[in-house]
Design a protein around this ligand. Sequence first.
Ligand SMILES: Cc1cc2nc3c(=O)[nH]c(=O)nc-3n(C[C@H](O)[C@H](O)[C@H](O)COP(=O)(O)OP(=O)(O)OC[C@H]3O[C@@H](n4cnc5c(N)ncnc54)[C@H](O)[C@@H]3O)c2cc1C
Length: 496
Amino acid sequence: MYVPDVVRSENRYDAVLIGGGIMSSTLAVLLNELDPEIRLLIVERLDSPALESSAAVNNAGTGHAANCELNYTPMQADGMVKVDKALEINNAFEQSLEFWSSLTEMGKLVPKKFLNVLPHVSIVWGEDDVAFLRERYQRLNTFTAFSEMEWSTDFGELADWMPLVMDGRACGQSVAATRVKRGTDIDFGALTNSYLELLQLNGALELKLSTEVLDLRRDAKGLWEIELKDESGMHNIYAPFVFLGAGGGALTLLQKSGIPEALLYGGFPVSGQWLVCSDVELTKRQNAKVYGKAKVGAPPMSVPHLDSRWIDGKRSLLFGPFAGFSTKFLKQGSRWDLFRSIKRTNLFSMTEVGINNFDLVKYLLGQLRLGHEERMQALQEFLPRAKHKDWKLSVAGQRVQIIKRTEEGGVLLMGTELVTSSDGSLAALLGASPGASTAVTIMLEVLQRCWSDRMSSNDWIKRLRYLLPSFGADLKTESAVLLKTRKRSDSLLNLM
Ligand SMILES: Cc1cc2nc3c(=O)[nH]c(=O)nc-3n(C[C@H](O)[C@H](O)[C@H](O)COP(=O)(O)OP(=O)(O)OC[C@H]3O[C@@H](n4cnc5c(N)ncnc54)[C@H](O)[C@@H]3O)c2cc1C
């Protein structure tokens, strides 16, 4: 797909990446590492990068490795816990760590700027959920990826793992937890900025801020013609490859691109809210991310969790998420986003999803009715001694849940969806979870689909093996490779 071009005009790029978040910046670093000659442009509508979902305050900062997120290991009808997705996400996160290790060893990244090691804990209470967690632990523990997971029902030990969560809890309550010490808290906004600074320092990237992409179309030569608006007016730029890394704005741009694949998609926005505590003494008493189990009928995005966070070097505690509703697709978007995205081609699947997911609709309506008192009650299930005065509501990032038209009808997708045009000239990233944590794996998939010739060339394979020594291995089955990869990233995590 890649068309080398000796004659370069000012407004002609090899790759234009729309959106200055973690996805575009990861793709830009990968492309630059693979071929420093590629002319790259990132276009961002806001006046700084990483102000939407990738901003630390807009997401939970969990380095999703499936250590503690119970929604990645659903219980099946036969009573078995399904672990495939957990293994996949764990391996993808390992690939992120491997990438950061390589960049750190090359002196290009400073992990302290964006990463903190933090145990990941899952906690449940009640006989049924304890039985579920035990089954999950026993299944996962047989895989090398999760062999370090610990299990406990001992109140004393649990109080050691999470003092605030156990403080004030009735001793007779049936409680169980698992812990993986090798967990992380990540400031994805700081990581995005580190990537962009690195690229700009090398002169490898042009970054246009306060510049919005209004439209895109193919010109007669098969190049993408991209219409930009900045403070000086309208401009057109051209590229053979476009990445729509516009977060919540990606669906709108995908629809504007006119590629047939776009017709399959619609989106439904769900905003998030956290309770945040910045009381220094309280935050010091919690040193873990503690994930619970979503209530029966509630969607995966509603899994409650209490997270220790480090944002701009400051510690805080965050609990949530609580769902909110806004018709905007971006936190700083337009109230018309949802309405403008409804087309003849997605109206039926969107309606169908609304009817078939009545539980979700009911859950969202219930969340909208919550006041501070009810939110505090939800928090007190986690932190029995939580006091109103210590916690304030804060608005998180906006998610756009993807609705896809399939042969079986409209389906609501909870994960991340990569859409590419059949000729590989355009890729768009839709959806959220596990999102930022697995950006490296997702962007490698973009390259496999859209830059396939170069990905199979000897120079790129050599470069990829240098950047990601485990590239091409299946970490789910190749334990020796996984252990070697982990040993290397342990020095990044400062665990050795
Ligand atoms: C509440 C919440 C909690 C989450 N928790 C986690 C977590 O714990 N761990 C995790 O790994 N992931 C988490 N995620 C997911 C993660 O935040 C996202 O997957 C990730 O940040 C998406 O990155 P992005 O670069 O695609 O989008 P963004 O960071 O949103 O960046 C998109 C950029 O595109 C720009 N843009 C949009 N339209 C245009 C246009 N037309 N022209 C120019 N620029 C445009 C926007 O201004 C924005 O800066 C969470 C998300 C939410 C909402």
